[in-house]
Write a protein that binds this ligand. Structure first.
Ligand code: HEM
Length: 465
């Protein structure tokens, strides 16, 4: 196989982004027009200085610098305002923990997301998507963002918890997680921690949702300890991985640790995949030609049967559509690290404690890395065009030791969900329902909510080869 082309090396040194305000720095731009602000940064260099309030931070805008930061966890660990806040809200689960506990945690948890295991979940995932869309009717207008959230919640609940717990878990998660997640997003982006304590109705709703989720997870873990459920779900594998049997208890996970990992899977796994599925349906609705091609593909590949593991590799345009959605609107759009000691980046001295920002969204919208970045074009991922891309220019799941552990799970569930929906339904935009979609304002993820679309049931004729 040919090597992907090399990138020009990054330019040394850094320049300060324009438009800082006294005291606020660039925080107001990140609040008011975050996506446009991020896209403007590469114009000022490959390492750009910005002010987060009074603190000096740097945004890495070149893929080589992003790689340097993400593959050297000793120097650039999880930290900075986003992760500091997330730790307060979520604890020290896999996504938020610092390098040392993380290495041990990741080793133990990796088997939970092994591809072979995910393969076993394919029928369950598919059945949940079918069941979650069974109530749809021809001509009905739905909020697609709300429905994809419910679909993904059902899927994760089904694969994560024992059968007896699923119905209650799905209800609590579907009701409480969106409120909790929205609150987390708002709190991550807000510089005013004190306002979180004010008993407004929004804060009370957030606290109640958080308490419901935590008590659900506590109960599920306790039930599992008591009943010793089988090995057919992610929680049982996680608990088995963390029982410390391999080394006489030295690596055993406490219930509190397991609790933090479960909450992390919910928060990291549901809103991300739900947003990607919703955006996919939006982009298909905008482009009847693309939609027709995708419908032909699912008709031909799936024929009259349900999708299986063997079909996944043949759903080529479906996969490319999802890949393009994650380029266009990567759910994890802005992430941070913190320098653990004095170091040098792009020839610039970086003092210990400096916050480094990286943004998959920014890289994915650099026109020199992804030509015509505002064009939604799944064909840019055809093999011949894909090979012309330099490495690390597409990073929706991150890179390095903190790369998304749910990547394979996410791709499998999304491909199954999109193909099941497309086999039966056509979704068309409702006029006037989407002014906000052309310039979405991201919170914890970039999501399209609300997204009103009309359902049309497709004919059931057998596909022609
Ligand atoms: C479209 C789907 C998804 C996207 C785009 C996505 C994106 C990401 C990204 C960018 C990171 C790295 C963050 C960083 O480096 O700071 C990450 C980490 C993580 N993701 Fe995902 N994710 C997705 C689905 C999932 C699913 C389905 C799960 C679990 C059920 C999951 C669980 C996690 C966890 C636990 C981490 C932390 C990993 C670690 O630090 O070792 N994600 N994800």
């Amino acid at each position: 196989m040919t090597e992907p082309p090399a990138l020009p090396t990054f330019t040394s040194g850094s320049r300060r982004a324009p438009g800082a305000l006294p005291l606020l720095g660039h925080a107001w731009q990140l609040q008011r027009r975050p996506l446009a602000f991020l896209r403007s940064l590469p114009r000022h260099g490959d390492l750009v200085e910005i002010g987060l309030g009074p603190r000096r931070a740097y945004a890495v805008c070149h893929p080589d610098l992003v790689r340097q930061v993400l593959t050297d966890a000793r120097t650039f660990d999880k930290g900075g305002p986003i992760y500091d806040k997330l730790r307060q809200l979520l604890g020290n689960g896999l996504g938020t923990s610092a390098r040392e506990p993380h290495r041990r945690q990741r080793r133990m948890i990796q088997p939970v997301f092994h591809a072979e295991r995910i393969r076993e979940y394919v029928p369950a995932i598919r059945d949940e998507v079918v069941a979650a869309t069974a109530g749809w009717s021809d001509g009905q207008v739905i909020d697609v963002a709300e429905h994809t959230y419910k679909i993904i919640t059902r899927v994760l609940t089904r694969t994560m918890f024992a059968a007896e717990a699923r119905a209650e878990a799905a209800t609590v998660i579907a009701e409480a997680l969106p409120v909790f997640h929205q609150g987390v997003g708002r709190r991550m982006n807000s510089p005013f921690a004190l306002l979180e304590k004010v008993p407004t109705s929004g804060n009370r709703r957030y606290e109640a949702a958080k308490a419901r989720l935590h008590s659900l997870v506590d109960r599920l873990i306790a039930d599992h300890r008591r009943d010793g459920a089988g090995h057919d779900n992610l929680l049982s594998v996680l608990m088995a991985a963390g029982d410390g049997r391999a080394d006489g208890g030295a690596s055993a996970m406490t219930d509190e640790e397991i609790h933090e990992h479960v909450i992390t899977f919910l928060v990291a796994g549901i809103p991300t995949s739900a947003a990607v599925l919703a955006w996919s349906l939006h982009f298909l609705g905008q482009d009847p030609g693309l939609e027709a091609r995708l419908h032909s593909e699912v008709d031909l590949v799936l024929d009259d049967g349900p999708p299986t593991w063997a079909h996944l590799g043949r759903l080529d345009l479906t996969t490319r559509t999802l890949t393009e959605v994650m380029r266009y609107y990567p759910p994890g759009w802005l992430l941070t690290r913190v320098a653990m000691h004095d170091t040098v980046l792009a020839g610039r001295r970086i003092p210990e404690g400096t916050v480094i920002l990286f943004s998959p969204y920014l890289l994915h919208h650099r026109p020199d890395l992804h030509p015509a970045p505002d064009l939604f074009d799944p064909d840019r991922w055809l093999p011949e065009r894909r090979h012309a891309m330099a490495r690390d220019t597409y990073i929706p799941y991150g890179i390095g030791s903190r790369k998304c552990i749910g990547e394979v799970y996410g791709i499998v569930e999304l491909t199954l969900a999109l193909s099941v929906i497309a086999r039966r339904w056509r979704l068309t935009p409702v006029p006037g329902a989407g002014a906000h979609l052309t310039d979405p304002k991201p919170s914890a993820v970039i999501h399209p909510a609300p997204l009103r679309m009309r359902l049309g049931e497709r004919g059931t004729s057998r596909p022609r080869a």
